[in-house]
Design a protein around this ligand. Structure first.
Ligand code: NCD
Length: 338
């Protein structure tokens, strides 16, 4: 695909070679994310960061990624703080805000909303999550993490065995990740969820049509036994018709150190798009795994910065200029990025 000036709305836009392009640029961004080097390549450029649904890491990492390339961020959060609460259409909002920004990242609770917005925008728009539909940048950072974790274990994304656990019905991160993984070869998907929260049939059919194996299960212990990756998810309470309905699924599939030790092969990687629900009766990913070296959740969040920097650099066509304005940093850095 041609990244320059493109909207990023769905992972369906990507072929394998496009993913390689993003990952190669992301690798080049590591010295900047690690604060070894600074660049001002996007000096003067403005990101319109519009998050109409709760967000910590997606919103802040998109903002930081932009800042790390030297740009300024203008943020709109919550519908009630914007003129959408006064009845303004996506069309008008998009026409207005695209006059103030060089690129827009948008998250909204309605499926298809970001696409509708992008159709009226005069600048590229990146989907930061539209309802339970898609979350393309999350899937890219997840796949980037999977690739790195597998490389460290002498394996590849091809032939991967992944268990996806929890709310597979409403989880947009899962939806986008399944589509991306389908571009690889010979993946074994184990889908572990309550029957009511199964991965929607269209995704299952598409995965199978791409030649992969899908096993659906309601048995956590058996399902995680031979996986390379466990991808745990939160019950997407905000998508349920009522809190009462969502509460039925709380705590049904909980991964903790004991279950991990008793059932998983050594070095099985544990992932989660986060946030994990750490409230007493949910806890789908227990705190007692925090010191487990195979817990990759904070490597995922770190990887989100370089993936989002890569998307910005590719869309705005500055990949080859990043180094030109770069210098070493002149403050203490902890060197925290791996
Ligand atoms: C996910 C999302 O918003 O879809 N979070 C994220 O962006 N990392 C997953 C979730 O909210 O459970």
């Amino acid at each position: 695909m041609n990244f320059i000036g493109s909207h990023i709305l769905s992972v369906s836009q990507f072929q394998r070679e496009d993913i390689e392009t993003v990952f190669n640029v992301a690798d080049k961004m590591i010295p900047y994310a690690n604060r070894d080097r600074v660049t001002r390549v996007l000096e003067g450029a403005i990101l319109g960061n519009m998050f109409f649904e709760p967000s910590t890491r997606t919103r802040v990492s998109f903002g930081c990624a932009w800042n790390l390339l030297g740009g300024e961020v203008r943020e709109t959060t919550e519908v009630k703080a914007s003129a959408i609460a006064k009845g303004e259409s996506f069309y008008d909002t998009a026409r207005v805000l695209s006059g103030y920004s060089d690129i827009i990242v948008m998250r909204h609770q309605t499926e298809g909303s970001v696409e509708e917005f992008s159709a009226a925008s005069r600048v590229p728009v990146i989907n930061g999550g539209d309802g339970s539909n898609e979350h393309p940048s999350q899937a890219l950072l997840d796949l980037f993490t999977i690739r790195k974790e597998m490389e460290g274990r002498g394996k590849t994304v091809d032939d991967l065995r992944i268990a996806l656990i929890g709310d597979l019905r409403y989880g947009r991160a899962v939806h986008s990740l399944c589509k991306l993984l389908s571009l690889y070869k010979n993946i074994h998907f184990t889908l572990i969820s309550p029957a009511e929260l199964r991965l929607p049939e269209t995704y299952v059919e598409d995965i199978k049509a791409s030649g992969h194996v899908v096993v659906e299960s309601e048995d956590l212990q058996a399902g995680i036994a031979h996986a390379d990756i466990l991808y745990v998810t939160r019950t997407q309470e905000e998508r349920f018709p009522s809190q009462e309905e969502a509460d039925k699924y709380k705590g049904l599939f909980r991964l903790n150190q004991t279950i991990y030790t008793e059932n998983c092969e050594p070095n099985t990687v544990i992932m989660h798009p986060l946030p994990r629900d750490s409230r007493g009766d949910a806890r789908e990913l227990d705190d007692d795994l925090n010191e487990n070296p195979n817990l990759a959740i904070f490597r995922q969040t770190d990887n989100g910065v370089v993936i989002r920097m890569a998307l910005f650099a590719l869309i705005l066509d500055v990949v080859d200029q990043v180094e030109k304005s770069a210098r070493d940093v002149n403050w203490y850095t902890a060197g925290r990025f791996r």
